[in-house]
Design a protein around this ligand. Structure first.
Ligand code: NAP
Length: 522
């Protein structure tokens, strides 16, 4: 198999759930998955399932907190150590498998996910509280990552020619790094987990995958896909358990070669620091790929083309998946002359958003992920009431789940906590800007630098935003969420991360090292 023999990469299309056949297929999948709830899932170490001890990790449905989704093992320190050792032992075997064969397995994983799309959507709806369309996008992105990274590996397997010196044959090859610890977040429990894991495996590394404790069942289902796709069970270890308990051990182990992390700034910085400390018997500088939080801003300029389209873009960016996206718009910077008119459009749109259990497709908004998240978000809403004016929402919505009505605050200043701190929930802070200069200055007044958007028709202002708005993913005249694999390589500046650009042509290089070979021709 070669890159030329494959059709060009294309994004997996989203289905329309207003069509009866799609809707009925999802209803059936939800019923099938519901019949499978509450099962126990083992660890996977050195190719063998391990039942774990008495300590279990229980995962519940945030829409109906009494509904048990899965029972998982809390890995012990011994199991975590054995997982690293097993990955280290198998590394030379997996690294020797030709890139074409590894890529073929990634393509098979995409194919299997495509066949099981409804089922994965259903797990996402029930375990993470995504609405149907968000779940469909998450599964489609997982498929895209598998399809895209397979192709990128094939490209890197045949790097272009080097300058050839007389009497010498020079080549450059990319070889894998070693054992990777994969630490994904819960908010794209399938897509990000699949992308991080497949990228490491397709490049020839072996991994220890420790999923988020909020969404371990989706991770366990993805493990089934890896096995079915033909990845050897020894090439990936599946280790559930609290990051706070086994994380440090995995990161600091001398045989860990790299850490691929996506999550909060606090945990990412801790991992970065720990990984930088060379351990006894460690032979390399560990590589850390860390994608972290955001405090993403949308600027609406007085020369906006269409206020309604901008308001719809802000609503989708701020409140899609209850604002629990790293790319979510949490700061809205409004140019003075349109401030009041824009809010007058925005507030009714937020108030009209339907909310309730995510398994009902009538609901745009579902729950936040956990009781702990609900408490943190409600406490930020109290802070917001001190710092600015609550214009709408911010209270619990009816139901047993963790439902919070989308909150919009005006009068937020650049030094307020609502302006600076990632809340990761349906809370939008609105700030007034004197003019475009002021708006840009406010947008850049953040430790983060992940996504941002500008709505304006003025070409000079667009040019300035392109040059001066310091974010890894900038959008002009559109929402700041919804990055597509292949089209919007994703990763942030500043304390948003290492700018790894997931879903882009450079991403896999972070899982490889380049070897340069010069052979004297005899
Ligand atoms: P998190 O609490 O930082 O956790 C992320 C992962 O790290 C989880 O698997 C977690 O396991 C693990 N972990 C926790 N403590 C650890 C430790 N000491 N050592 C090693 N691993 C540890 O983040 P989250 O709440 O899952 O995700 C939300 C955050 O992710 C937000 O800040 C969001 O902005 C960010 N995010 C960023 C991107 C991006 O591309 N930039 C994308 C998505 C999300 P446990 O669950 O067991 O604690």
């Amino acid at each position: 198999m070669s890159l030329a023999s494959l059709p060009p990469f294309a994004n997996e299309p989203y289905r329309d759930f207003s069509l009866p056949e799609n809707r009925e297929a999802m209803e059936r999948a939800l019923a099938r998955v519901r019949a499978d709830l509450g099962r126990q899932y083992p660890l996977l170490i050195a190719g063998l399932h391990e039942p774990g001890g008495i300590h279990k990790l229980l995962s519940y449905n945030p829409s109906y907190p009494a509904e048990l989704i899965g029972v998982h093992q809390k890995a012990s320190a011994d199991q975590a150590t054995r997982a690293i050792e097993a990955a280290y032992h198998y590394f030379p075997i997996w690294a020797a498998v030709p890139a074409e064969d590894r890529a073929a397995r990634a393509l098979r994983a995409a194919h299997i996910l495509r066949q099981r799309k409804d089922e994965f959507n259903a797990w996402l709806i029930l375990e993470s509280g995504k609405n149907w369309n968000e779940a469909e996008a998450d599964t489609a992105e997982a498929i895209d990552f598998c399809d895209y990274y397979a192709r990128q590996m094939l490209r890197l397997a045949s790097p272009g020619p080097l300058l050839q010196l007389p009497g010498e044959l020079g080549v450059l090859t990319y070889i894998p790094l070693g054992v990777g610890v994969i630490l994904p977040p819960w908010n794209f429990p399938l897509a990000i987990l699949a992308g991080m894991t497949i990228a490491a495996l397709v490049t020839g590394n072996t991994v220890v995958l420790k999923p988020s404790s909020e969404t371990p069942t989706i991770a366990a289902k993805f493990i089934e896909v890896l096995l079915e796709a033909g990845f050897p069970p020894e090439s990936f270890q599946f280790l559930t358990g609290a990051g706070s308990e086994v994380g440090d051990l995995l990161v600091s182990h001398p045989k860990t070669r790299f850490i691929s992390f996506t999550g909060s700034k606090e945990v990412g910085l801790h991992i970065n620091e720990l990984a930088a400390k060379t351990q006894p018997r460690q032979k390399w500088i560990k590589r850390v790929v860390a994608e972290m939080g955001g405090k993403d801003a949308i600027l609406v300029d007085r020369e906006v083309h269409d206020l309604d389209a901008a308001a719809a873009g802000v609503i989708a960016s701020a409140f899609g998946f209850q604002g629990q996206k790293c790319s979510a718009c949490s700061r809205l910077i409004l140019d003075e002359p349109l401030h009041d008119a824009f809010l007058a459009k925005l507030i009714p749109l937020a108030e009209a958003l339907t909310q309730g259990p995510a398994d009902d497709p009538a609901h745009f908004l579902g729950p936040v992920i956990s009781q702990r998240a609900e408490k943190t978000i409600l406490s930020y809403i109290e802070t917001g009431k001190q710092e600015g004016a609550l214009l709408t929402g911010g209270h619990k919505a009816p139901g047993d789940g963790y439902f919070i009505r989308p909150a919009i605050f005006s009068g937020i200043e650049h030094n307020h906590r609502l302006f600076q701190e990632e809340i990761f929930g349906p809370v939008l802070a609105v700030t007034r800007a004197r003019d475009f200069d002021d708006a840009l200055r406010l947008a850049n007044d953040s430790d983060y630098g992940l996504t941002g958007a500008v709505y304006t028709t003025n070409p000079e202002k667009i040019a300035r935003a392109r040059a001066e708005f310091h974010v890894g993913n900038l959008y002009i005249n559109r929402k700041c969420t919804g990055a597509m694999v292949g089209a919007h390589p994703f990763g942030g500046f500043n304390l948003s991360g290492t700018d790894s650009k997931a879903g882009g042509p450079d991403y896999l290089l972070q899982f490889l090292q380049a070897k340069s070979i010069a052979q004297k021709l005899l």
